[in-house]
Design a protein around this ligand. Structure first.
Ligand SMILES: Cc1cc2nc3c(=O)[nH]c(=O)nc-3n(C[C@H](O)[C@H](O)[C@H](O)COP(=O)(O)OP(=O)(O)OC[C@H]3O[C@@H](n4cnc5c(N)ncnc54)[C@H](O)[C@@H]3O)c2cc1C
Length: 374
């Protein structure tokens, strides 16, 4: 095994953990720094596209072992409840982040990952070496740093990344419920100012997760009030909420979710997952992209450390190129779709068109997804 601090991964969500497992499988020592303990619930729709399956299996991760649900159908409704149904071209599976991230953490640990539970405060690069400062552990050095610290971190502020300077209007709410909902369906229900994903995860739990703009949210006293006054206007959503029982004491919330352009390489750090770019959640593809970017990053890092890539500059250039080739157009299409779906005036005619020509919808879905990752 190569030296422990050749590679430091900052952040142990899906991207950081899968990247670590890949590198460990190839014989490299990995230190992963994650600020939170496992397991933790996360704000996420928890529907994963099957494009991630072959690669997860290569990593020796089989979601069916975790009792994931098999999802094959999609239902989309407008804010007034008008609905279109379709088969998903690739399909996917439902699994909570609580279970999946914990499983990946255990796997990485078994494979020899050096886990540090700590917050990274800064990452500096000088004389071809990274210096990482953490809150409790102190200073660490590394040859390669992989940034997997998610959609928004205090580190982005510290690194003075462009996207963090802009205010973002988006917030998201998620909770698990018990109730009646088909196992094989993911539903995307619109409401004024946002949209809500509903699907089953393991243990027969229903995950309900919505994204909304802060402007429409702030006029209501609390989440329950907001849901009743705004989400319930869509009869489909009213029915879902009225027929299920919350399993969390309080829903989880996150704010300031940014869909601004980010950089796949910044200050020589190779960024993976949401740290490199966040796709609009309506595409249901952020997790598969996080896993895929981790794979690309791991493969190139291995080539670099084995001297098959001649310099850091070449490594960074190759990573940027592959990242853009795989994800840039998906992000742009996600942005476009999000703009249309949230405006009833634009979405209503599109929905009518899709009802008339149902073969168009699977083609749109394919544009936001990639091929199976192998
Ligand atoms: C509302 C919403 C719904 C979504 N629904 C879906 C869906 O249904 N399907 C789908 O595929 N995708 C969905 N996504 C996208 C998906 O959640 C993300 O793409 C995915 O979580 C990315 O994983 P990640 O590893 O990049 O980030 P994360 O899972 O966020 O991991 C980042 C980790 O870094 C840690 N960290 C941060 N800062 C530091 C620090 N300074 N020091 C140490 N550790 C740190 C955090 O604690 C965290 O564990 C959704 C996103 C949103 C916002």
């Amino acid at each position: 095994m190569k030296s422990e601090n050749d590679i430091i991964i900052v952040g142990g969500g899906l991207a950081g953990l899968t990247c670590a497992i890949h590198l460990l499988k190839s014989g490299f020592g990995v230190t992963l720094i994650e600020k939170n303990h496992y397991p933790q619930h996360k704000v996420c729709g928890e529907y994963i596209s099957n494009e991630a399956l072959p690669y997860l299996r290569w990593l020796d991760v089989d979601p069916t072992q975790l009792n994931s649900t098999k999802i094959t159908r999609l239902s989309i409704s407008s804010a007034t409840g008008k609905t279109i149904n379709t088969e998903l071209p690739l399909g996917g599976f439902g699994i909570s982040r609580f279970t999946l991230d914990h499983f990946l953490f255990e796997k990485a640990k078994q494979n020899g990952c050096n886990f540090i539970t700590d917050t990274v405060n800064s990452i500096d690069f000088k004389d071809d070496v990274f210096k990482i400062t953490t809150a409790k552990t102190g200073l660490l050095n590394a040859k390669i740093v992989i940034g997997a610290f998610g959609k928004r971190s205090s580190l982005d502020q510290k690194l003075e990344r462009g996207f963090i300077q802009k205010k973002s209007p988006w917030l998201a709410v998620k909770a698990h419920y018990k109730g009646d909902f088909p196992n094989d369906l993911v539903a995307l229900h619109n409401f004024k100012g946002g949209y809500c994903g509903v699907s089953k995860v393991e243990n027969d739990h229903i995950n309900i997760c919505y994204l909304t703009d802060y402007k429409s949210f702030k006029t209501y006293k609390n989440i329950t009030d907001f849901q009743k006054q705004v989400l319930y206007k869509n009869p489909q959503l009213k029915e879902v909420f009225e027929n299920c029982i919350p399993l969390f004491d309080q829903p989880l919330t996150i704010s300031q979710i940014s869909f601004e352009k980010k950089e796949p390489v910044y200050n020589h750090i190779l960024m993976v997952g949401d740290t490199a770019g966040l796709i609009h959640p309506l595409c249901g593809n952020g997790m598969a992209m996080a896993i895929h970017s981790a794979k690309i990053c791991a493969e190139l890092t291995i080539q670099f450390l084995n001297s098959a890539i001649s310099s850091r500059a070449v490594l960074e250039k190759k990573y940027k190129k592959e990242w853009n080739q795989n994800f840039k157009s998906r992000l742009a299409i996600g942005k476009l779709l999000s703009g249309i779906i949230r405006k009833e005036k634009l979405f209503a005619p599109l929905l009518n068109l899709l009802i008339k020509f149902p073969s168009i919808l699977p083609e749109i879905i394919k544009k936001t997804h990639g091929k199976p990752i192998i």
